[in-house]
Design a protein around this ligand. Structure first.
Ligand code: PEP
Ligand code: MN
Length: 342
């Protein structure tokens, strides 16, 4: 951190700041400039709390020089993190990994059918919720454990890896027995005990950005998983609240480049929740691949109009197949490729 003093700061005020830094167990280096004095605060292993200087006179600004997250930071870890998935695909390298399936697992037959359809169209990961975080307690909440069995069955039949959401600390162990990727939803992005618990499993974690969370908050949430010794974090941009009711959420494609600049962790895009609107999904998927997304998370259902959740933003297998063809062409232009199954 740098403490920038006021132009008319007195020597006593500079000394008081230096003393406070010493009291914090840190080292102060005073840089006397022609116009003002700046004090570099050195030797901290985490971020320095600016509030510790708030009561001192003569300080104009406390400027952080490093990011508040450490393990998620590209400064600390310049190389991209590449996460290998069962089935051979990997997230964070040249491949763009497509995860597709219904919002919720609705029956064994339906998840098997959808798994085959999305695999044939080129997806490498099957998504589907067994435990659903619904805005209303009266909405369909998911079928729970039986749905996990059906997902495992779909994996065995299709070779797709399985991503499914874990809602609470108590079910981490159960979900981790079935899932290849543990999804932490937008509403749980700052559920810190849950982040720690999925961190302890060591399994890949798909961490969705809260819809009112900043990129810094997303990376700090990832830091909780990393701090448990689990380096396998896949971030997901899934849309933030906008001011315009024309679409349910605003897919923040800029977050993809911000995350790539600030962090080595892969980030995928979810054009389904990111728009809330079926007609917008293929265009936003294409745009996300063009923007450098390391993958896509897309809701697909054989009959979206009958889906028990998120039908309005869910596309048909035929639309998904067409979207995949377009995304393959876009990936190629930017020197990437859509991950293929084995
Ligand atoms: C989902 O992926 O079905 C989901 C509930 O997403 P989010 O947490 O982004 O709302
Ligand atoms: Mn959904």
């Amino acid at each position: 951190m740098l403490l920038v003093m006021e132009r008319d700061a007195t020597a006593a005020q500079v000394e008081a700041a230096v003393r406070r830094i010493g009291e914090m167990g840190l080292e102060a280096r005073v840089l006397a400039g022609p116009v003002r004095t700046t004090i570099a605060v050195l030797g901290s292993s985490g971020s320095v709390d600016a509030a510790r200087f708030a009561d001192l006179a003569g300080i104009r600004e406390a400027v952080p020089v490093s990011e508040p997250y450490r393990q998620a930071s590209r400064e600390v870890h310049p190389e991209n993190t590449v996460i290998a998935l069962p089935g051979g695909a990997s997230v964070g390298g040249d491949e763009v990994v497509v995860m597709a399936g219904p919002c919720a697992v609705e029956s064994e037959a339906l998840i098997l059918e959808t798994a085959r359809l999305v695999r044939d169209a080129g997806a490498t990961v099957l998504r589907g919720g067994a435990f659903k975080p619904r805005t209303s307690p009266y909405s369909f909440q998911g079928l729970g454990e039986p749905a996990l069995h059906w997902l495992a069955r779909a994996r065995a039949e299709t070779g797709l890896a399985v991503a499914t959401e874990v809602l609470e600390v108590e079910s981490v162990e159960l979900v981790a027995r079935y899932a290849d990727i543990l999804q932490v939803g937008a509403r749980n992005m700052q559920n810190f005990p849950l982040l720690r618990a999925v961190g302890r499993t060591g399994k890949p974690v798909l961490l969705k950005r809260g819809y009112a969370a900043t990129v810094t908050e997303l990376l700090l949430a990832a830091e909780y998983v990393l701090a448990e010794g689990n380096p396998h974090v896949i971030l997901c941009e899934r849309g933030v609240r906008g001011f315009d009711g024309a679409s349910r959420f605003l897919l923040d494609l800029n977050a993809i480049s911000q995350v790539h600049r600030l962090s080595h962790l892969p980030i995928i895009a979810d054009p389904s929740h990111g728009t809330g609107q079926r007609s917008a999904v293929p265009a936003m998927a294409r745009a996300a691949v063009a923007a450098g997304a390391d993958g896509l998370l897309v809701e697909v259902h054989p009959a979206p109009e009958r889906a028990l959740s998120d039908g309005l933003q869910t596309i048909t297998p035929a639309k998904f197949s067409e979207m995949m063809r377009q995304c393959r062409a876009i990936a190629k232009v930017i020197g990437r490729r859509i991950a293929e199954g084995q």
